[in-house]
Each structure stands twice: as C-alpha cells, then as structure tokens.
Design a protein around this ligand. Sequence first.
Ligand code: NDP
Length: 297
Amino acid sequence: MTAERIDGKAFAALLRERVGALATQFEHKAGRKAGLAVVLVGEDPASQVYVRSKHKATVAAGMESFEHRLPADTSEADLLALVEQLNADEAVDGILVQLPLPGHLDDQAVIAAISPDKDVDGFHVTNAGRLAVGQSGFVPCTPLGCMMLLTDRLGDLSGLEAVVIGRSNIVGKPMAQLLLDANATVTIAHSRTKDLPGVVKRADIVVAAVGRAEMVKAEWLKDGATVIDVGINRLPPAEGEEKGRLVGDVDYAGAEGVASAITPVPGGVGPMTIAVLLRNTLVAAYRNAGLAVPEIL
Ligand code: NDP
C-alpha cells in the first residue's frame, strides 16, 4: 500500500480563497475591513519571516494588516500598553503577539493582557478554558488546521482511536481536546509514556507533535492509520548541501508503506497554520461587528 499524501498546501489555498471571498462580504456588511494586528518584539530571524508571511497573507485575503515592530529592549509596561491600545481599537479584530518574546518579557503575562475575543491565536487561558468546556472561543491555529485535514479525509471520527504524541499548550493539548469533541477515543503520549510504539500501534489516527526528526517509525503504525505530522525539524546538512532538509516527526518514506494517508513535511500541516489564522481573524471580525458568523467558516 502507498499512503495517500494529504496535500495541506492545496487545502490551505482553498481555505484562504474561501476566507478571502467572505472577507469581501464582511467588508460590504460591516463597512470596514477585518483587521489583524501583529506585534513583533526584537529581531529574531525566524519570527521576522513568520510575521512577513502573515502580513502578506492577511493583505492577500482582503483584510487590514497592522504591523507593530518594537525594539528588543521594549519594556513590559510599554508592550502591555500597546496591547491595551489594540484591545480598544475597533479596526483591530485579531491580535497576535509573535512568540517567543525576548527573555526579559513574560510571554504569559502578555498573552493574558490580550482581550480573549481578539485572541486569534487561541493561547489565552479563557480560550483554553472555553475549548475545555465546549464553548465557542478561539482554538489554536495549528491543531484546528490538523482537525480540518482529518475531517476532510475521514468524515466522522466517532469511535476512532486517536493518539496524540506531545502535550504542549499550543498543539498537543488542544489537538486532543478537538479529537475528544469529535468523539474519538483519545490518548495523549509524551516523553514519559511507556512503550510509545505499543501505544501508537493501536491508533487509527496518529498526530505527532514532538519536534524530533523522524522519530515515529513505520513499524509503530497500525495498517491503514491516518498520520498527521506536525513536527518541523531541520536535519544537519548532507555533503554538498548548504542547509539540511526539513523533515517531520514521522519517518515519511517508511510510513508511506503502512499508513492509508499521511501529511508530508513540508507541505502538510505547516501551510494550514496561517490559513487558519486568517479564518480565526475573520470569525473575530464577524463576532466583534455583531454579525452572524457564516456556517462555512
Ligand atoms: P514542545 O517542545 O512544546 O512539545 C513537545 C512535546 O513532545 C512535549 O509534550 C514532550 O513531552 C513530547 N516529547 C518530547 N520527546 C518525546 C519523546 N521522545 N517521546 C514522546 N514524546 C516526546 O513542542 P510544540 O508542541 O510546540 O511543537 C512540536 C513540533 O511541532 C515542533 O517540531 C514544532 O516545530 C512543530 N510545530 C509546527 C507548527 C506548524 O505550523 N506546522 C506549529 C507549532 C509547532 P513532555 O511534555 O513530557 O516534555
């Protein structure tokens, strides 16, 4: 068997298109564009790349992008004051503070200052709580994107065995919560799990969010499993290469022979994250404007 490659890039492009069309409708109804504010503190090169792509994608979807670039030595008081200003700004529907922040700033304190109704990253404890008790709020973009790929492929997940490897607040835990809400039987594995290969073997759905290159081996997988690989790991450069290859947490070449479907890295989960961020921002805009959120979002 050769597993079907789940094309996250194509799915994300469709989602961005749909969000773009609905963003135009929103503009007609609300008399303004939906707006996303992104705050970047310091000059971390990876964060600069992320912020640039978020800006481009926001504008391409017909939304307003407000970028705030602050120097690395910005005080916490100044950053909190900017967040307060964005909370109060009616043109801003979503606020994203790019993490990690420089060491002298407390990520949690800054996230806590964002209005939960503008927290399109879904990192605020209020949104984590809403997800836990089944209220509508904002769900972190990466696990929500994984869930869209899973339901697109599998439809109803009721009764399926799902194993999530990783328990971070931004991927593993919300992923498990979403799978539980979809009536899967969910196991969360982590670094202290005994017999990880044995745990993974019973899964119809495997979501790997670990950060260890090609850790999950073909022989760990149940025949026909659906595999979602969240990991992004750069291998050391091989001879003649300037940069090492990007790989996921799953040994793709091996897993292809056992799984029924698998996301590649790159081109799987990665592109979904920004597309879902745009979706969350548009949902925030509808809610903030007191308009009904279209079903298809
Ligand atoms: P974290 O480092 O926060 O969490 C990693 C998790 O993996 C932890 O729960 C840890 O367990 C677990 N873990 C570590 N080693 C093992 C092991 N040997 N066996 C089983 N579990 C283990 O990472 P994130 O959740 O933030 O990210 C995970 C991966 O996903 C990374 O590669 C990251 O780059 C990628 N990522 C990709 C995104 C995308 O857009 N595609 C977005 C976000 C992340 P414990 O809790 O016990 O320490």
